[in-house]
Design a binder for this molecule. Structure first.
Ligand SMILES: [Zn+2]
Length: 105
């Protein structure tokens, strides 16, 4: 299979064949798979061959239809409850943030 790009279409960086973890959503469901992608060394952009993109679409549709054949359970996915979230953030809500209070995680 050939990709239409030799260089990253976003930044022109070098692409390298890598196995990546792809997360797909369909309806309320999520599926994870390990798949080969061309990954940009510079900006991290991922490029997938057309057949892989079609496979992603197929998986999304399966999830939407709740057709879970061929999928193994992998723990549960949760949505953080708004009440719980507000309780966690309340103590800091009233004070002004300084720039140094922010960090990358
Ligand atoms: Zn790039």
């Amino acid at each position: 299979m050939m990709l239409p790009f030799k260089k990253c279409p976003v930044c022109g960086g070098e692409l390298k064949d890598k196995v990546v973890e792809k997360i797909l959503h369909g309806g309320n469901h999520t599926a994870v798979l390990l798949i080969n992608a061309e990954v940009c060394f510079h900006c991290g952009e991922r490029l997938y061959p057309e057949e892989t993109v079609r496979l992603f679409e197929k998986i999304r549709n399966k999830l939407k239809r709740q057709d879970l054949s061929g999928f193994d359970p992998l723990g549960l996915a949760f949505k953080v409850d708004k009440k719980w979230f507000n309780k966690q953030t309340q103590p800091t809500a009233n004070r002004a943030f300084k720039l140094g209070d922010y960090c990358n995680v």
